[in-house]
Design a protein around this ligand. Structure first.
Ligand code: SF4
Length: 468
């Protein structure tokens, strides 16, 4: 029988936060627009101080091991008094002249939001100036999208949500003919996860429009000489044409709750049916994702996918009863990822004893309560919390394994509880951004990762010797 406890942060100060500010989420979404097949390109322009883009660039580079280029209007003290008009207009003009992008997303920050800059008005003025400099045709080709991310409220998940909604609201055109595609809003996931979603859809004979596609821009091939045209953009990404076309899709599936705004906007404005969640981690959630695809498109689930499912079931049958059954876990981070992993943990016969997210989101609590019904033991749901609260709780009630991003590595060291690294950011180990945890194949990866961590921590090497 399961028992559920729900706790929220009861102090004002945050120690070791689990979330960061809104612009990071917007840049995550926007960065996908950085490269568009060598034909169309997009650029994020942060309207704020240099640090607002630098900490994000640093975070992306540490996690993805790729150079991360994000423009900034570099607001200083004078902008706080006189406003950031001059910086934004000249910044947009410089980007247009030097990079010839197809799309620039203007990501606001604390400072530009508090100053009260008329970003929409400045964009109009900049567009006129770009027209004068580059000519009408070139200027019209560049879409400039305002993305409001006031970072003094909420967190980077909301920034991602706001960014995808702005892209859809400003770029998508009125519907014409059905394109037989499905819009997917993947959330703050890794390139490996997006590739896995595309793989599943390809097996079902379906095409997607990723809103947005970070798989190539965040993990791009190094091929000196392959691109001769300056500026050098990495390969891949969602094209502006795809964004325009998203109103013609058969439906939108947002894998995360912080993608629902865009999905609902497409439904409201263009009658594109939408489904939000679940994050396709583990057996049940991936089954539901396939059901959602099937319902929207009427396509069959092929034998090859059923085989992949069977391989996950086989791996679970081989491993769980022997090494995982009855083990406890603490899971923290992205709310959708936490609920997805928790359900998978239950499928493995383990108990998600502590789950923790930095967002104050009642939907997370409700979803986790449902998951907790599938658990066998006490589940404590911590929301609007931080890593310090998780650590204190773990000191009192230790678990067998912690699952989350690299910011929990010191809890691993101090409390001697092994950490399974997932999500964003993972900066102290390498390669995880390439390995999916979604879908059936991702489930096998995650299962192996959890099991090997437990084996490494709790099983004496002598166990593996032949008994003498
Ligand atoms: S909290 Fe505000 S000032 Fe700090 S990085 Fe985020 S947007 Fe910039």
């Amino acid at each position: 029988m399961s028992e559920v406890k729900v706790t929220k942060r009861d102090r004002n100060v945050i120690i070791n936060p689990l979330v960061t500010c809104q612009p990071l989420g917007a840049m995550y979404a926007m960065y996908a627009m950085y490269a568009i097949s060598g034909i169309s390109h997009g650029l994020p322009l942060v309207h704020g101080s240099q640090g607002c883009s630098t900490f994000v660039r640093y975070g992306f580079s540490r996690h993805f091991r790729e150079p991360s280029e994000i423009a900034v209007t570099s607001l200083h003290e004078d902008a706080a008094v006189f406003g950031g008009r001059k910086n934004l207009i000249s910044g947009l003009g410089n980007l247009a002249a030097r990079f010839h992008p197809d799309l620039i997303g203007v990501v606001t920050t604390c400072s530009s939001e508090i100053i009260g800059d008329d970003v929409n008005g400045f964009i109009k003025t900049a567009q006129e100036e770009i027209k004068d400099k580059l000519g009408e045709k070139a200027a019209e080709k560049i879409k400039i999208v305002p993305i409001n991310t006031p970072s003094f409220v909420e967190h980077h998940f909301r920034g991602y949500d706001n960014a995808i909604k702005s892209l859809v609201d400003h770029v998508t055109l009125d519907p014409t003919n059905s394109n037989d595609k499905i819009n997917i809003i993947p959330g703050i996931v890794n390139p490996g996860d997006i590739r896995e979603i595309k793989h599943i859809m390809a097996m079902m004979g379906l095409e997607s429009i990723m809103l947005t596609d970070t798989s190539d821009p965040f993990d791009s091939p190094l091929r000196p000489g392959a691109t001769q045209v300056k500026p050098y953009y990495p390969k891949g990404g969602t094209t502006v044409q795809e964004l325009e076309d998203s109103s013609n899709s058969l439906g939108t599936i947002s894998l995360c709750h912080y993608g629902a705004q865009a999905a609902h906007s497409l439904e409201k404005k263009y009658n594109v049916p939408s489904v939000v969640g679940p994050f396709p981690i583990g057996l049940q959630n991936t089954d539901q994702f396939l059901r959602n695809l099937k319902n929207m498109t009427d396509s069959d689930i092929p034998d090859e996918l059923l085989d992949e499912r069977g391989l996950l079931v086989d791996s679970m049958a081989d491993i769980t009863s022997r090494y995982l059954f009855g083990k406890t876990a603490a899971i923290y981070g992205d709310p959708d990822m936490v609920t997805g992993i928790s359900r998978f943990i239950c499928e493995l016969g383990m108990t998600p004893q502590l789950v923790c997210t930095g967002v104050e989101n009642k939907e997370f609590v409700e979803e986790m309560k449902k998951v907790a019904q599938e658990a066998n033991g006490i589940v404590e749901i911590m929301y609007g919390q931080d890593l310090r609260a998780l650590e204190v709780q773990l000191q009192e009630e230790p678990v067998d394994v912690i699952i989350g991003h690299s910011d929990g590595r010191l809890i691993d060291r101090d409390l001697q509880i092994p950490l399974v690294r997932v999500g964003f950011p993972v900066y102290d180990w390498v390669g995880y951004h390439r390995v999916p945890i979604v879908g059936y194949r991702g489930g096998i990866n995650l299962l192996d990762r959890i099991t090997n961590t437990i084996l490494g921590e709790y099983y004496d090497p002598v166990h593996w010797k032949l008994q003498q």
